[in-house]
Design a protein around this ligand. Structure first.
Ligand SMILES: [Fe+2]
Ligand SMILES: [Fe+2]
Length: 316
C-alpha cells in the first residue's frame, strides 16, 4: 500500500507528486501560494478541517482501503463544503468549457449529422449532470445540514440517497467512444483530440467525485444519523477534558472501562458509544493517568474490585 499523506507533509511536495490534488485544494477553498507550509498549517489558515482534507487526499491517492482510518474523524460540514464547491466547478466551469471547445472543434454545418448528434448527446448529458447535482444540492445536503443541527427528517435518510446514487460519469465514456469511432474531422484533428483529453480528465474527475460521495460522505452521514438518533444533536458528543481534577472515574469513563474489559477494540468502543476513536483514546489516556493502570488485565481487576463489572460478565 502507498505511503499515506500526513498532516506534517509539505503541501507543495505532495502536490508535485499528486498533481490531481490541485483540484481538491480549490474545492476546499485553499489558494495557491502555499510556500513551505505543511498541510496542517495550510488547512488551519484556510479554516479547513485537516482530518477531512487528509481523508479526501488519501482516498484520492489510495482508494477505499483508507476509509476506516479516517471516517471517525471526518467533518461532515467540511465534506459538504468540498462537494458543493465541486458541483460549482463541474457545472459552471469544466463542462461548459468542454462544450465550448467541442463546438469549435467539430464541423457545425447543417449537413454534418454526426456533429449535430454529438452536440445533442453532450447537451443531454449536461442536463443529466445538472439534475443529479441539483438533487444533491437541494435535497441531500440540506437534509445533512439539518442533521448537523440535531434535526432528523422523518421521510428521508442517507440510505435513500445511497441507493439512488448513480454513476454520472458513465455517459461521458459513451460520448468519447462515439467521437473516436464515428467522427471524421476531415482535416486537422488536434482541436478534437484536445477536447477528448479534457473529456477523459473530466470523466476521471467526476468518477472520483461520485466515489467520494459513496465511500466517505455516505458512511460519515450514517455515523452522524446514529449520533443524532442517540443524542439529538451532534455537538452533544462529549469531548473529554485532558486534565480532570479528581481521580474518580466519570460515568463515561466507567462505560469505556466496561467495554475494554469485555474485549472491545477502540473502534468497537467508539461505534458502541457513538463517539470518535480519538475521543476513546483520550478517555483511555485519562483513565490510565487517574488509575495508574495501563493494561487490560489490570483494568479488569480494578473494574471487578470496584463493582464496575460483575465477575460473571467478564470475558477472559
Ligand atoms: Fe455530487
Ligand atoms: Fe453524486
Amino acid at each position: 500500500m502507498s505511503v499515506a499523506i500526513k498532516e506534517n507533509d509539505k503541501l507543495c511536495d505532495i502536490i508535485s507528486k499528486e498533481y490531481h490534488l490541485l483540484q481538491m485544494m480549490t474545492r476546499f477553498g485553499i489558494s495557491l501560494g502555499v510556500g513551505e507550509k505543511t498541510i496542517k498549517q495550510v488547512c488551519e489558515e484556510a479554516a479547513v478541517d485537516t482530518n477531512t482534507f487528509l481523508a479526501v487526499a488519501n482516498y484520492l491517492k489510495s482508494g477505499e482501503d483508507i476509509v476506516d482510518d479516517y471516517i471517525e474523524t471526518v467533518s461532515v460540514k467540511s465534506l459538504i463544503d468540498y462537494l458543493e464547491n465541486a458541483h460549482v466547478y463541474f457545472l459552471e466551469f469544466q463542462l461548459p468549457a468542454i462544450r465550448r471547445k467541442l463546438l469549435s472543434a467539430i464541423d457545425c454545418s447543417i449537413d454534418n449529422k454526426v456533429a449535430f448528434l454529438i452536440l445533442k448527446f453532450f447537451d443531454e448529458y449536461l442536463a443529466e449532470v445538472r439534475k443529479h447535482m441539483a438533487y444533491e444540492n437541494s435535497k441531500t445536503f440540506p437534509y445533512v445540514k439539518d442533521l448537523l443541527k440535531g434535526i432528523k427528517a422523518t421521510n428521508y435518510d442517507i440510505s435513500v440517497y445511497s441507493r439512488g446514487h448513480d454513476a454520472v460519469e458513465k455517459k461521458l465514456q459513451e460520448l468519447k467512444n462515439i467521437i473516436i469511432k464515428y467522427y471524421k474531422a476531415g482535416g486537422d484533428d488536434t482541436p478534437l483530440v484536445s477536447v477528448l483529453f479534457d473529456i477523459f480528465t473530466c470523466e476521471a474527475d467526476l468518477h472520483q467525485h461520485e466515489t467520494v460521495e459513496d465511500y466517505l460522505f455516505v458512511p460519515a452521514v450514517k455515523l452522524l444519523e446514529n449520533k443524532v438518533a442517540v443524542n439529538g444533536a451532534v455537538n452533544s458528543e462529549e469531548e473529554p477534558q485532558n486534565v480532570t481534577k479528581d481521580e474518580t472515574l466519570s460515568e463515561r469513563e466507567k462505560e469505556i472501562v466496561r467495554c475494554i474489559v469485555n474485549g472491545l477494540t477502540n473502534k468497537e468502543v467508539a461505534e458502541k458509544l457513538f463517539i470518535s476513536v480519538n475521543t476513546v483514546l483520550t478517555h483511555r489516556k485519562n483513565i490510565a493517568r487517574k488509575l495508574s493502570i495501563h493494561s487490560t488485565a489490570g483494568l479488569t481487576i480494578y473494574a471487578i474490585a470496584n463493582g464496575i463489572v460483575n465477575l460473571e460478565d467478564v470475558q477472559i
